[in-house]
Write a protein that binds this ligand. Structure first.
Ligand code: ACM
Length: 627
């Protein structure tokens, strides 16, 4: 072959590989190869297992249940010829796959799944489910494109956090959150169980924590100054908690889905619910209440704040450490995972610093300020947690004033805390607000819940957990955090979590090379259909135009964009309607004077795919950005 033919042949192969290697899997697997033909799952299918202990069959049983819900009963046999799904635990550990990886091969008469461990089998079955066509109705056959997948995770900590304090979610709702996580190969559920707005875990030796701390007056709507305080005599009727029996059930439920739960008991700050139950554990020992989300913090900018109501435990009181010991004794018995999270964030030191006993204690112990005092507290808490056979993890404030010896750090105020901790050879989980805060608004503020910060899907997808000049071995992974101050229901929790959790799942599981925005967005659209088919709420804000308003030569200009391939944006700025009969957006345009509104929406092939945004000119003016 002369060289021109060689080149053509090479280009042909490249094109062939590219066009035939598309898949819809999130997170993207390490390697995927599409093959000719397909496998049909129907009533004749059977599942064969090899080398799998009966105690390790949970993932497979869940898969069978999934098939059954689709109308397909699968036979379970040890060995059988014909149309089979063969699931095998490797005899010899395949170090490429690790504990969570798998190999999956689909061809015309067999599906073969191999893994080293049950976790790998579980993950492989999640991929297999994603290879099914979108359908949630009963069916007689499911056709799956032949393919070969090799897959294993980039990070060992792939987490999502759910705050159940600000709003309470039932056992079934928590399970539904865990279920969805597991489909996207997350393996850590960080359960934020306590905060100022409610204590949600039964501690048998401290019953008032849930009798009193689990309940607040009922309030919804915007958080902070717009939410009224409890009225005199008003009953605390909103809330709830998880009994220890329920928690054991959830721990098992998560474990069956390859998810470890990291419980968080937030201290010394964020403790108003605990102090409502046991006010003697604070410096002033004055009775407080479980705050319903009304304003009690004065934010002063630059991360500075003042707590208007005391919500910190007293770090110089031995009774506080007895209390913490009791709490962690029971927490450690309930949660089999390696880590316990002790919070440590946003603890206000003002009540400590103003108290004469605390001042005396600090002087006697050469503790120079509130940060060092908090460090003293955190180090004592670490000893307690270690004494229960667990490792301690805390928010990055635990670095301030000196980090406890073996503590792992969850970096949320950007990546700098994580970098500092990793340089000190501590384990780190990266969860910076800039990429991983799922309570932030994800679309245009004219159509979203009002929140003080925003985080788009595109930005989430840019997250890279390993900073430059840091030894990657200290970065356990990363996590998305869903704070629920403004999230009262599970459907809305799903809306806020997805699709940004797809982006995080891909960052935490897939190789860096396999992360490509346009392809991710194409797959995300496929997963929108999967969510729609099961009537699960998901945000499609990514389709909406991103509006930038700026001044140029004293003229008010508007730029519209989105980052979804194959779309067009239409707009009308003269109050004409509907918007697709307005103008196709090509370049920034002038917003004329007058009492007028901007209407804009995204289309594909003439069909609207995003929401119509409708913004009065006076609101556009407020958005002006200097160019
Ligand atoms: C946090 O967001 N306060 C950890």
């Amino acid at each position: 072959m002369n060289s021109i033919y060689k080149t053509l042949a090479f280009l042909f192969i490249l094109f062939f590989q590219f066009s035939y290697s598309q898949h819809n899997i999130i997170p993207a697997p390490v390697k995927y190869e599409m093959n000719e033909g397909s496998f049909v799952i129907d009533k004749s299918v059977s599942i064969e297992t090899q080398n799998i202990d009966t105690k390790d069959l949970n993932g497979i049983k869940l898969f069978q249940k999934y098939l059954l819900d689709l109308g397909i009963e699968s036979d379970f046999v040890k060995r059988k010829a014909g149309s089979i799904i063969s699931i095998n635990m490797n005899n010899k550990y395949d170090s490429t796959l690790g504990d969570e990886g798998y190999k999956l091969e689909v061809n015309e008469n067999r599906i073969v799944l191999n893994a080293n461990k049950e976790a790998g089998v579980f993950n492989g079955l999640q991929t297999l489910k994603q290879l099914f066509p979108v359908n949630n109705n009963k069916t007689e056959k499911i056709e799956i494109q032949s393919c070969k997948v090799l897959d294993y995770p980039r990070f060992k900590w792939r987490g999502l956090m759910l705050d159940v304090s600000r709003h309470f979610f039932t056992v079934d709702e928590v399970k539904s959150f865990i279920d969805k996580m597991s489909e996207y190969k997350f393996n850590v559920f960080h359960w934020h169980l306590t905060d100022d707005q409610g204590w949600r875990i039964e501690i048998k030796s401290l019953p008032k924590l849930t009798e009193i701390g689990g309940w607040r007056v009922e309030r919804y709507g915007r958080y902070g100054s717009e939410r009224p305080y409890p009225k005199k005599g008003e009953k605390a009727t909103y809330g709830g908690f998880y009994t220890q029996e329920q928690i054991k059930g959830i721990v098992q439920y998560a474990s069956d889905r390859n998810i470890t739960i990291v419980p968080e008991i937030d201290m010394p700050g964020h403790s108003m619910a605990a102090l409502a139950a046991y006010p003697e554990l604070s410096v002033n020992q004055k009775p407080t209440f479980v705050v319903p989300g009304s304003k009690f913090v004065d934010w002063q900018g630059g991360g500075k704040f003042e707590m208007l109501i005391e919500n910190t435990l007293n770090p110089i009181d031995e009774n506080v450490y007895d209390f913490i010991d009791k709490v962690f004794t029971e927490v450690a018995q309930l949660f089999p995972g390696e880590y316990i999270h002790m919070g440590g964030d946003e603890a206000y030191h003002g009540y400590w610093e103003r108290d004469t006993n605390v001042q005396k204690f600090m002087k006697e112990n050469s503790i120079k300020d509130g940060e060092e005092l908090q460090s003293y507290f955190v180090k004592r808490v670490e000893k307690i947690i270690n004494s229960k056979g667990k490792k301690m993890i805390g928010w990055d404030e635990i670095l301030d004033g000196g980090l406890a010896e073996g503590a792992a750090v969850m970096s949320w105020r950007g990546m700098k805390g994580g970098i500092k901790a990793a340089k000190m050879e501590h384990e780190v989980v990266m969860t910076p607000t800039t990429y991983a805060y799922l309570d932030y608004t994800q679309g245009d503020k004219s159509v979203e819940n009002r929140i003080y910060a925003s985080l788009s899907l595109e930005k989430s997808y840019e997250f890279e957990p390993i900073p430059k000049d840091v030894n990657p071995k200290y970065i356990l992974g990363g996590q998305g955090n869903l704070w629920t101050e403004g999230i009262a229901t599970m459907p809305f929790a799903f809306y806020m979590t997805y699709p940004r959790a797809f982006a995080l799942a891909e960052t935490l599981w897939s190789t860096k090379e396999n992360k490509k925005w346009n392809d991710f967005m194409r797959r995300t659209e496929y997963h929108f259909n999967r969510f729609d088919a099961t009537k699960t709420n998901i945000s499609k804000a990514v389709f909406d135009p991103i509006i930038t308003v700026y001044l140029e030569n004293d003229e008010l200009m508007c730029k519209l964009e989105n980052s979804v391939p194959n779309t067009e944006i239409y707009y009308a700025i003269d109050n004409s309607y509907p918007v697709q009969f307005g103008q196709k957006y090509i370049e920034p345009f002038k917003i004329p004077e007058g009492n007028l509104d901007l209407h804009t929406q995204t289309f594909r092939d003439g069909k609207a795919i995003g929401r119509e945004l409708h913004i009065p000119r006076k609101d556009l003016v407020k958005r002006v950005k200097k160019k």
